[in-house]
Design a protein. Structure first.
Length: 331
């Protein structure tokens, strides 16, 4: 987010403006973006509304704006460069606006046949799932994967990317029964209903894992579901054995913290790493991952649902549960 000069005389455009942390942004008029050396203006065509945008506007994310008012929109958005090229672009400022600033080299072309809204929506969950599996977990062909929070937009994409990267068994865990029921069609070999008592959930996760522990866990939730999962690991004996479960922490939809037993770390092969901006791969790896995600989308091998909403309605849709769909704002 970047400070928005509100009420400045001269050319104006519409943008999603945040005036107070904890309040939803409103669609207001702000000054057109000011270009610095090496920057160009993009006509924005589609901008996804992500949980990161919500957390930053709520003031609960470490990157929440220090200065207000600010234009929202932190994810890559879709737009047109002045020469007409359709691109996904990063911006040093907010992207939920009619126009935004980008820098040379901060754009990737959108492949022919891929819709702007889908391209913009798939980038964040697609690249982050790819990154978590390939770069952080070092997934090997045939390994088993558990997705905690598989009913969210990112979790549904993660199930599909895990299969594409050669995972053997993929187990999808979530609450929303409608979305959970659709996950086998996206590649899940089994599903686990998360909202059941701890003991029943523990048994369901153990049964879903089969005889060995999961090799890789993608965790979009943290908190109670992750605590229950971790309690399925570990052995109550002193036998020497080797096991390994790489848990990749990606999101905190259930809680920002959890209780972690020291015993389970000594009596199991649990390894916990995070996947986010502090441990990102080099730019060329991220660019390759984005290209692969867009290729899957273009080939019809990656599915996601988007709700296109006019930017003018940003305030009304800001806090809506997306029920497995991604809201994409159209300026
Ligand atoms: N680190 C990264 O690079 C990165 C990238 C993408 C996303 N993320 C993060 O990953 C998380 C998920 O993102 P998303 O786009 O998939 O969100 P989303 O589409 O809004 O889905 C939210 C998910 O969280 C579940 N959920 C919410 N509260 C829960 C609770 N108390 N207990 C159990 N499940 C709960 C929902 O379950 P039901 O729908 O079944 O109720 C749904 O599966 C967010 O925290 C997001 O910021 C991080």
């Amino acid at each position: 987010m970047h400070p928005a000069p509100i009420g400045v005389a001269g050319a104006v455009m519409r943008a999603a403006v945040l005036r107070a942390l904890g309040e939803p942004p409103c669609c207001e008029e702000v000054a057109e973006p000011h270009l610095e050396e090496g920057e160009e203006v993009v006509q924005v065509t589609a901008c996804p509304l992500t949980n990161l945008d919500r957390a930053r506007a709520a003031g609960t994310h470490f990157s929440a704006p220090a200065k207000l008012p600010a234009v929202c929109g932190s994810a890559l958005a879709a737009g047109r460069l002045p020469d007409g090229t359709r691109v996904l672009f990063r911006s040093p400022g907010g992207t939920m606006a009619e126009r935004a600033v980008t820098r040379h080299g901060w754009c990737s072309p959108i492949p022919e046949g891929v819709d702007d809204a889908l391209a913009a929506a798939v980038q964040n969950p697609g690249v982050s799932a790819w990154n978590a599996l390939e770069w952080r977990a070092k997934l090997q062909p045939g390994e088993s994967v558990l997705v905690l929070g598989a009913t969210g937009v990112a979790g549904q994409i993660a199930v599909q990317v895990a299969k594409h990267l050669g995972a053997g068994r993929v187990v999808a865990a979530g609450r929303n029964p409608r979305v959970l029921a659709g996950l086998p069609a996206l590649g899940a070999d089994a599903t686990v209903q998360l909202d059941q008592p701890d003991d029943a959930l523990r048994r369901a996760l153990r049964d879903a894992a089969g005889p060995a522990d999961f090799d890789v866990v993608l965790d979009y939730l943290w908190g109670r579901p992750t605590e229950v999962f971790i309690s399925t690991l570990g052995f109550a004996d002193m036998e020497l054995r080797f096991s390994r479960t790489r848990l990749v922490q990606i999101g905190v939809m259930a809680s920002p913290t959890l209780n972690l037993s020291a015993e389970v770390l000594r009596s199991s092969g649990l390894e916990i790493v995070g996947s986010g901006t502090g441990n990102a791969p080099p730019a060329e790896v991220l660019a390759r991952e984005l290209g692969q995600v867009l290729d899957l989308l273009a080939g019809g091998r990656l599915r996601m649902e988007v709700n296109r909403v006019p930017l003018t309605r940003v305030r009304h849709v800001w806090d809506l549960d997306q029920q497995g769909h991604r809201t994409v704002l159209i300026p």
